[in-house]
Design a protein. Structure first.
Length: 228
């Protein structure tokens, strides 16, 4: 049986961190973080590279401990009320190759005790991209409905995020697609069990969910003129 990349130790560490979210505890357990959390997460990213190149070639990952696809554990405490110094989850960002030049849709993997999921699409797109998504839906409602309601996507994902309470500018409140046009996040989320993430098939599991997101990713990328 293949060895798991991630072990239950990752979630054990995050559970303990939630109870001890302070710099002294983290310093005392830094070696555990490196060995049980960040190291395995980087290895997961590394093992996603080849299958991702076949399944979704416009998406890319960077397997580095710093400045790569595994997001920092340190929280930015400057502006929020929550001053705890560390995130209690691990985030892995799988970005579109065009993301440096345009806010292109991407994929995000979230690892947290009792809340593991993958997100695909565009969360809080910039105004130009948001306008392009809405225009694409208005101009091709059948194409959007086909992508949104495609069986493989709908069986695995739920559309998530926030919407305007009123109709967006340039769109009538009685527009037949108004519910989707009001969206300010165009993203689907799909849950995982912790055991999915600590099992030997984690790479295949993640890649399969990315494949299932292709309809909506393709629609959104087409809307802003980038390949998928």
């Amino acid at each position: 049986m293949a060895e798991s990349i991630l072990s239950p130790k990752l979630f054990r560490f995050l559970r303990e961190l939630k109870k001890n979210n302070n710099r002294d505890w983290f310093a005392d357990n830094k070696s555990r973080f490196e060995e049980d959390v960040r190291g395995p997460a980087v290895e997961l990213v590394s093992q996603l590279q080849k299958p991702l190149a076949k399944a979704a070639p416009m998406l890319c990952v960077v397997p580095k401990g710093h400045g790569g696809s595994v997001m920092r554990i340190y929280r930015d405490t400057r502006f929020g009320k929550d001053k705890t110094p560390y995130k209690t989850n691990i985030g892995i960002s799988i970005r579109h190759q065009a993301d440096k030049n345009i806010h292109a849709p991407g994929v995000y993997l979230h690892l947290e005790p009792n809340e593991c999921f993958i997100g695909a699409g565009s969360w809080r797109p910039a105004s130009a991209q948001l306008a392009a998504f809405r225009a694409a839906i208005a101009n091709d409602p059948k194409g959007w409905i086909k992508a949104r309601d495609q069986r493989g996507f709908r069986e695995n994902y739920s559309l998530a995020g926030e919407s305007l309470k009123t109709s967006p500018r340039d769109y009538d409140k009685d527009h037949p697609m108004i519910e989707d046009l009001r969206r300010i996040d165009f993203i689907g989320t799909s849950p995982f069990a912790e055991t999915d993430m600590t099992g030997p098939d984690v790479v295949a599991t993640v890649i399969d969910r990315i494949k299932k997101a292709k309809p909506i990713m393709s629609f959104l990328c087409d809307a802003i003129g980038v390949p998928y």
